[in-house]
Every structure is written in structure tokens, then in C-alpha cells.
Design a protein around this ligand. Sequence first.
Ligand SMILES: [Zn+2]
Length: 708
Amino acid sequence: MKSPTRNLFAFLILLIINIPLAGNEETQSLSGFSPKSSAWELSFERQLTATLKPENAEIQLRRLSGRPHRTGTEGARITAEYIKDQLISFGLPAEIQTYIAYLPAPLTVSIELVAPVSEVIPTTEDRLDGDEFTDAVADHPGWDGYSPSGEATGEVVYAGHGSESEFKQIQLEGIDLKGKIVLMRYFGTGEGTKVRNAERYGAAGVVLYSDPQEDGYRYGDVYPKGDWRPAGAIMRRSILGLPYDGDPLSPGFASTENAKRLRPEDVSFPKIPILPISYRSAERILNLLDGPVAPHFMQGDLPLPYKLGSGPAKLHIKTVMDNRDRPILNVMSRIEGETEPDQWIIVGNHHDAWIYGAGDPSSGTASLLEFARGLGELMKQGFRPKRTLILAFWDAEEMLLGGSTEWVEHHKEELLEKAVACINMDSSVFNTERPLSVNASPVLHKLFRETSRNIKDPKTGKTIFEVWRDMQNQYKNTPSVDGWGDFFDPNQELKEPWIFESPSDDAAPFFNILALPASDMYYGADYGMYHSIYENFHWMKTVVDPTFKYHIAMALMQGFVSLRLANADVIPLDYAGEASYWRKAFNKLQAQSKTIPQYQKAIQLIDLWEKEAKAFEYESNRMLLKQKAPDRDLSKKVYMVARDFYRPGGLPGAQLEHNLWSGSDGILPGIAGALEKKDAKLLQSESNFYVQALRKRIRSLRTLRSRL
Ligand SMILES: [Zn+2]
């Protein structure tokens, strides 16, 4: 039900700003809104659009990325305080919530060639004329999170992306990995997995780099001319390799001040030293390798034949780390809903960066702060969201998804009752030449596509929807860092934008631990500055988004999606659309294995689910067309349907994951995991379990419809 103040406000807005309605918007009805509330919401969105200013986003980014702000450092504390003060100055409530996490930090690192020549390998990046931020390269050597302190000397073996099959290949060639230093590329295999593989084969140390094949000159000009990785850039990553996120010492529970946490020696951290280098240094080392030529699938883009070794290149690496407990600081702002305060939409970003983080994450922080400012402005004029918005600026994302995971663990029961969705934006813009990337629960896909039709692309004036889809069609055959092109048929023209089926970054704990609808996004998934010192304000201003208009477009994307969830008459979660993803996933697993018990039954039930969901949608649209307000408790019933796929006991072999749709074993993790393990008994019981869950989904939808 809409409050009189809001109606009056809408009326005033239309009078005051008098922006002519675009032809399609005049009659456009938003999913989950009555025609009258649609018109209100769209006019509110236009008002918000007019309020947000690129120059403010620029000022925010200049300040946020002006100093290094890695989690656990003084820079991160100042940043958290700054965000809190800004929110308060916008007229919004704000507080810092603290947890503890076992966090890594470097003291000194070094790496040198000791044979066949003696030579120091740089641990710092190149200073560039004109980019003042690179004056500080010496203060920020390359290092990887959760490397232990250690020292190793050994001949080098090249192991590609460090997958199991690559290590097997090395063994087939008769190369012994014991005591060796393994040179591997980032990407391809999980960073934790490749280091664990190297440990398992007896390696003494690991050196990592990003090959130009992944994010270098293969794709375009390198920085400072373009957006791709220069030869001297070093990528930093956190290499934890544990089966859970968040503080390593508090698996499954919040690391509050009095929590009884594990001791570091009880956790299986990486045991051998790990160091990252640039691809210029990797080329130097690869040039000094002999032995068999690596197979085609292990070759990269550097101008030389990649050989496996071992040696004659021999490295000495040394890491001295200061890994210990440090506070993590989430900045939270709760904007109480006017009529449904106990229904929450979490609107997230993280504020910690590897160094300056002008792309990851501060572009997203700048966007979310400008959205918050706009919201504050409109609230001064009387606006209140119908449901509660929780703006969250997480800490410790880069090392372990720390702030979000601890908060989710801390508020688990309450979130299962109250959370509608988490709409996260890790970073707002990396590369405007590459398509927007949205990673979301299938139940949110329709909302994202619909919202993108109401936001203008800054460069072309087309809608974000059109540019997003067209750019995906343009780039779908280009190899990509993200690998998104692998997910659909390259020969088929996309009619609407492709969206990933599982969110990542700080949306992941909401999605994996609580099976909540969750999403993450950024403009331009592929770029080459990731986690290097070049990801700074100068890069953003000269290469990526000089006008800061994309910062605003993305602030609107995150803002509109969140506000539509907050203000809708019937929360627009697309259960009918979700059914089609399940059907596709079941069909895919069956096509691969031909062995899923109850496969036919599952498909029948998914068909029925889709029918029920469409019937609910049809009836609720009819109700909304009559301008009839739904029962107040209907919206809670709508979002609680998502809990059908929350598995209280956890997934088999992954007790801390609870999402039946997606997990570390992939899509439909219960079934996919059983197939992977070739465990027929487990496959049978998991198939039964999924059939039960599908029946539950049908019952929930029937109950929902009966409430209309
Ligand atoms: Zn990030």
C-alpha cells in the first residue's frame, strides 16, 4: 500500500521537474507494480537520475583511491571512517560494525635467479612518467595473501595454469617436482587449488604471474595507452584454498569479539612460500628453461616456446609475512522501510583494496556513495522506501570475503526471515569497451534486464539493455578472462543480455550460505590492471571513465534494482524464469551422464513449477491492473518461496553451503557432486532429495496463489 506522503510527493515531482515521459515509459508497467505505482516508481527514478552527478563520483573516487587502503591497515580504517562520515553528512544513519579476522600482511619479499645466471627478479612494478601514483612502487611489492613466511631454492618447473591434468602431464614427462619452484599462471584453475596441487607434488615454492594470453597485449594496447596489462605489472591474489570463506579461524560462525575461534595451527593454510611476478620477469625465467616443450594447451602468448624444465633456471624465493588477527570494519547504513521494515534489501560494495583500488573496489564505492547521497536528498523531500534498504560497505573482501561472510554468519537466522535479496556491486567500472557483467540468481535475471531498459548508456544514448546485449554479441567469440563466452552457443544471436547463473564476490555468502537471491555486477569484466598498482585514479581518469558517467549509470543500475525490490507491490522475483534454468541444468547433466535417477520425474515437476509460477504471475498482474493492493503479508510469502532451495543440513561434503541450485560442485551441486564422485548410492539419494525439493516448490507456489 502506498502512503499518502509518497503519492503527494510523486505528484509534486511531476509538477516540479516536468520531464516529458518517453513514449514507452508512459505506458510501461514494471514487474510487480500496479500501473499507478509503476508511474510513481518511474518518476522517482527520473528524479534520482537528475540528482546523481558524475562530478561527485569523481570527487569520491579521487578521495577513496587517493591512499592505499588494504584491509587491516590504517588506510582501511580511515576509509571506513570516511564512508561513515559521508553517509551521515547525506542525512543517513551509519555505523561501523567490527569483526576479527586472521589477515595476512607482508614484511619483506625477495626473489632471485641463482642459476644459470645470478640476477635479482624485481618484486616491484615499473614507475611510469605521468602517473604520480606509481612513484610509490617501492612501498608496494607484489605478494600473495596467505603465503607463509618461508624460503626455498630450487630448479624451476613450468606448470601452466596448475590444473591436475597439467601436473599429470609433467609427471608423464618424467619430471620430478620434489623441491622444485613451480612457475604457474593465474586464472584457469582456482588459485587455491593450483598451490595445493604444487604442494601435493612436493614443490618447495610457487611463483605466479598473469600471462598476456589472459589479460595482456593480445586484446589491445597496454597501460598507460590502453586498458590491458603492461609487462611490468604484478597481479596480487589471496591464495587461501580453504573450503569456506570468511575468517579462517571461525568457519560457519561469526568472529565476534568473544567468539571461540580455532588456533591458526588448526587450519590448513598454504605451507610453501608463494610470490607473484610480472610477465616480463616470467619471460626472463621461461627463456632459461629447457626440457620438453610444453603441450599446446599449456603454451601462453609470450614470444618463446614454453618448456617444462626443470631448470637450468634456478630460483631462490623468500617471504617474511606478518599474518595475524586484525579487526575488520563494515560500514552499515540502515534505511528503515516505511511500511515493511522487516523486509530487507541489502545493497553492497566492499571498501578494502589491494593498493589504491580505483577500479576494484573504489569505483563501486564511489557509485554507491553517490547513490546514497541521492537517496538522502530525496528523503529530505519526504521519500521513504517501502521496505528496508541496508547499505553495506564490506571490509576484507580481497583476502577472504571477510566482512560479508562474518555479517551473514552473525545474522543468519534473521536474514533467513527478513532478507529479500542482496544486490552487490563489487566495482562499478573497469572497461567500457567490454560488456556489462551481471552475475545473479536466476530469479533476479528478469529484473536486471527490465531495469537496464530504463538506464541510458553514456556513450551511445541507447539503453544499457541494448548496448549490453549488442556488445555481448560482438565479443562472444573473443576469449575472455572471465570465460563468459563459454556459457552459450556462439553461433546464436543473443536476443537479450546473457547473465551468469551464480553471483560471486560479496554476494557469494548470501547466495551460498543462505540460498538468498543475490547478485553482483561491474561494467567490463575483462581488463588488465586487476590488483596492480596501475589500478589507480590516473588510470580511471585517462583510460576508463574520464567523464565518470559510467559510475553514475552503474549507480543507477544497482540503485533501481534495489529500489524496485524495495518498493514493488508484489516483489518481482521471477520464479517462472527460474524454472527454465533448472530444466536446462537437469537436461545438461542428463545429456552428459545419462544416469540421473528420477530425471523424467524432475522434468515433469519443473514443468509444473513453471506452470504454477506463471499462473501466480498472471493472477497477481490482474490484481495489480485493477489497482488493488495485495495483502500485506503477501510480499513476505513471495520472497520466502526462495527458501524452498535452502538446505538446512548443508550440501553433501560441504556442510557450510546450503544452496540447492549452486555450490562448489557446480550447478545442481548435490547431483553434480555425486556424478563427479561416481557414487551411485549418493546419486540416488540426491535425486530423491531434489525431487522432494521440487515438490515443495510447487506446494509453495500453490499456497502463494491461494493468498491472492
Ligand atoms: Zn573487489
